[in-house]
Structures are given as C-alpha cells and as structure tokens.
Design a protein around this ligand. Structure first.
Ligand code: NAI
Length: 461
C-alpha cells in the first residue's frame, strides 16, 4: 500500500487548501514544497506582500491627497522604506507560519524538497521516495520574461523583485497595464516614484469592460501615473545609472529612461523539475497541464489544479479547484462555477468584477440590459469625500432578471463583489437583491441601488 492517499505538490493557495481539505476528510496527506516557506507565490511574493505594501502606501496617499480637505497637514511626513519592507516581511512570516501550524493541526505531513515523478505513483523528493495513490500538481506559475529584458531583479524587475527593492526608485517604467503592473505601479507612485506604464493594447486591464477600464485609467492618471497605450516594448538596455526601454508606437519608436523596468506581461505555468514527461502527463503547447472536468490529467493517478492548468490565475480559483479535486476522490460531485469567480485589483479605488464581460454577451448575441449606479450618489461615498467617477455596473438577463456579470470600481470593491458573486453563484434575481436590506450608510447600498434600478428605478438618483 502507498504511504499516502494524496500527495500534493506545491504549497500555494491551491496546494495548501487542498491539503487541509483532504486531511479533514480523513485522507492521509502530504504537502511537498521546494521553497523556503509554505504559501507559494501568493503569500511569499504575490498577493499578500503586495497588499501589505499597498496598505502602507495608502496611508501616505490618504494624507497627501485628502488630508488638506479635512484640515489635516501631512507636512514633515517621513517614509522609512526599509522599515516598511521589514513590516511586510513580518506579515509574510506570520501568515506562512500560520500555514505551517495548520498543516500540523490537520496532520498533513510537510515534505521539503523538489518533487520529481519517477512514475505515475512515485515521486523522488531529495533522498526520499514518496509513494501515493493520487497526486495533485499545484505548482503554480511564474512571471513571463521578455527575451530582451531578462529579469535580473536589480534593474529589470519581475513582481518578485519589485516587492523587495531596497530604496524607493525615482523613476519606474512598468511594461504591461494589467493587474500586477497597476497594483505595483500604484504602490511606488504613492511613495513618490515617477511611474509610466507602457501597454501594448489601446486600453489597460483588457479583461475588464471598456467603461471600467477607461474610468480606471482616468483616475490613475489623476493620481499621477502616465500611460503610453498602443506601445509595444521592443528593446531595453541596462546602463550604469539605470535603464533605457524602447517601444514601438503609432508615432514611431519611443525611448524611456528609468531606474528600473518592471515587466508584468502575464504569467506562465510552472512545472520545472517535475518530470511530467516521465509520468506521461500531457501539457498544452503553452505548457499548461491538461485536465478533464475532475482535474484529472492524462494519467489516472495524477491531478492538477490552480495556475498550472490555466484559466484565470487567481488564488481563490486554485483553492476551489483543489477542493473539487479532493471531493472527486471521495465520490462527491463538487463543481467549479467558473461563471462566478471574482477578480480584484487592489489599487485605490479598487476594481472588481465577476461573471460575463459585456463584449462576450455582445459576441454571443445574448439579450441583456446594463444598470449603472454611480458612487457619487451613495451617501457613504460622499461622507468620505469621494469624488472619483466610480460606479457599480450590472449586466442583467432581460428575460430572467438574473445577473450575467458585475463590475465595481469604487471603495472596497473587492469586498463588495461578494454580493453579486453570490447572486450569480446561486442564480438570484435582481428582485431578491433589491428586497435584501442593506445597512445605511454603507458602500453596499450602491449594489442595492443597482438592483433597484434594474427592476424599477433608483431611489437616490
Ligand atoms: P496581465 O495578463 O494582467 O496583463 C499583462 C499586460 O501586458 C496586458 O495588458 C498585455 O497587453 C501587456 N503586454 C504584453 N506584452 C507587452 C509588451 N511587449 N509591451 C507592452 N505591453 C505588453 O498580466 P500581469 O499583470 O502580469 O498578471 C498576471 C496574472 O496574475 C493575471 O492573470 C492576473 O489576473 C494575476 N494576478 C491577479 C492579481 C489579483 O487578482 N489582484 C494580483 C496579481 C496577479
């Protein structure tokens, strides 16, 4: 008999959540990790450190941008960058230590080392041979490099390097106007860095609706971030004092000088050293592990979840896929509802969306209506001095009054998106949302208004 019923490779949010769930369901489980700490990209060099630093920098921007409106002076404010980075590391250590604790509590065996398949039922991890009935690959993703700008994490930064600089740059070029570039760009902008974003497409955050993307860009521009759209970065050069980046644009070639360039042009599946070929696991042309509806790979005993299988590269999507895979082992039919996976950008304001995009509905010829409610008509937003053209947008089925999709650009959008996510997940109609009492005064009333507007008329507009 194999030593483990489930061996999970990779301890990010997909792997460690899967390990807890499997162990709680009585399966003998091990979690294998090659990094120094559990938690994967999300906890160590992704979601958590970036949110910690964004929070710190928001303290500065709140004082600088809004302080004077409230009679508060930010004069003499001092930023100790190394203390800020130290605090970020303390937060990482606390949370990764928490995962260690959860592994012990749930009797998941932690195995440290690089896992390599010897065959479909056996892994080599350092000196140890690990046999299991089933394996789950949850090895995540890695930042994509531009061939002419290989990451050195000194001048040419991936998100990992940008989260560990030792001083505040004077000027930063961000390649890619996606989620990571805009979060990290916002962080450094608030610390006083001159930030310029060079984006290949004619819009930023392409996976959001046009109106969300354009309003968001306007707000970020007001905050001082400069955008160069329709600009494809084609070259780069490191020199003694910084970087020179070249981009081809409609107006011809442009060059940008900076202390650093941060390249955020997407992430690629990561399965280095796993020996997928030895086990016979099929991968796509782009390197994603191919799985069926139950997350089973081309090999019966091997499953895969999270970023390494593609789709939205989001921690919570990976975690839930792991739960579905484990439940499948137990004969339960827990399904992923990919129509209800929210995405959030943790800038200020936050941007969040769930479900269908308007362009997809148009392409499919689906009959839908758009309801939009501005935060400037929300009393809580006015009470905090909010001035940005933020809004809630619902895409609603004309026949059933159910939500196809929702976008929110506004304060705490990442928290607010939970309500439309639940509505989509449970197939609730706008009537149900409109008849749900929302506390006053809260930002959540903007969601209530959007639901009211969709079935009859807005109250406060
Ligand atoms: P992204 O895919 O969100 O955006 C990359 C952008 O780079 C695109 O707009 C693309 O057009 C542009 N681009 C590509 N090549 C270029 C070139 N040569 N010159 C100029 N622009 C170019 O990628 P990002 O921001 O690196 O994020 C990677 C993944 O991580 C995404 O799937 C994202 O959803 C996920 N993520 C999500 C977070 C969240 O939910 N808050 C946080 C961090 C990552």
């Amino acid at each position: 008999m194999a030593e483990f019923e489930v061996a999970i490779i990779g301890s990010g949010p997909a792997g460690y959540v899967g390990a807890i769930h499997a162990a709680q369901k009585g399966l003998k489980t091990c979690l294998i990790e090659k990094g120094d700490a559990l938690g994967g990209t999300c906890l160590n060099v992704g979601c958590i450190p970036s949110k910690a630093l964004l929070h710190a920098s928001e303290i500065i921007s709140a004082l600088e941008e809004e302080g004077s409106d409230w009679g508060i002076s930010a004069k003499g404010m001092d930023v100790n960058f190394s203390k800020m980075m130290h605090k970020k590391q303390e937060i990482i250590d606390k949370l990764t230590g928490g995962i260690d604790y959860l592994m012990k509590k749930n009797k998941v065996e932690k195995i440290i080392g690089t896992a390599t398949f010897l065959d479909a039922k056996t892994l080599q991890v350092g000196d140890r041979v690990v046999k299991a009935e089933r394996f789950i690959i949850a090895t995540g993703s890695a930042p994509i490099e531009l061939p002419f700008l290989p990451f050195d994490e000194k001048r040419i930064l991936s998100s990992t390097g940008a989260l560990s600089l030792t001083s505040i740059p004077k000027k930063l070029i961000v390649v890619g106007g996606g989620v990571i570039g805009l979060e990290l760009g916002s962080f450094y902008k608030r610390l006083g860095t001159k930030v310029e974003v060079v984006e290949f497409l004619e819009k930023i955050i392409p996976e959001y609706d046009e109106d969300v993307s354009s309003v968001y860009q306007r707000i970020l521009e007001r905050q001082g971030i400069a955008f160069h759209l329709g600009a494809k970065v084609t070259g780069g050069e490191v020199h003694s004092k910084g970087m020179k980046v070249t981009a081809s644009t409609k107006e011809g070639e442009k060059t940008f000088d900076a202390d650093h360039v941060l390249v955020c042009i997407g992430r690629k599946p990561y399965a280095e050293g796993l020996g997928l070929d030895k086990a016979g696991v099929k991968v796509s042309d782009r390197g994603f592990v191919e799985v069926d509806g139950n997350f089973r790979t081309s090999v019966d005993s091997i499953f895969a979840v999270g970023d390494v299988i593609g789709g939205a590269m989001l921690a919570h999507k990976g975690s839930h896929e792991a739960i579905c895979a484990i439940d499948h082992f137990l004969g339960k039919k827990t399904k992923m509802n990919y129509a209800a996976v929210p995405g959030v950008i943790y800038s200020s304001p936050e941007v969040a969306s769930v479900g269908a995009l308007e362009k997809d509905l148009k392409e499919k010829g689906v009959s839908y209506k758009v309801v939009k409610f501005p935060f400037t008509a929300n009393s809580r937003y006015v009470a905090i001095g909010g001035k940005d053209p933020c809004f809630v947008k619902y895409l609603v089925c004309k026949e059933t009054n159910k939500l196809f999709g929702a976008s929110i650009i506004g304060p705490h959008a990442g928290e607010l998106i939970g309500e439309p996510t639940l509505a989509i997940s449970c197939g609730l109609t706008l009537d149900k949302l409109a008849h749900t009492i929302h506390a006053h005064p809260t930002f959540s009333e903007a969601l209530h208004e959007a639901a009211l507007g969709g079935i009859s008329s807005f109250l406060h507009m």
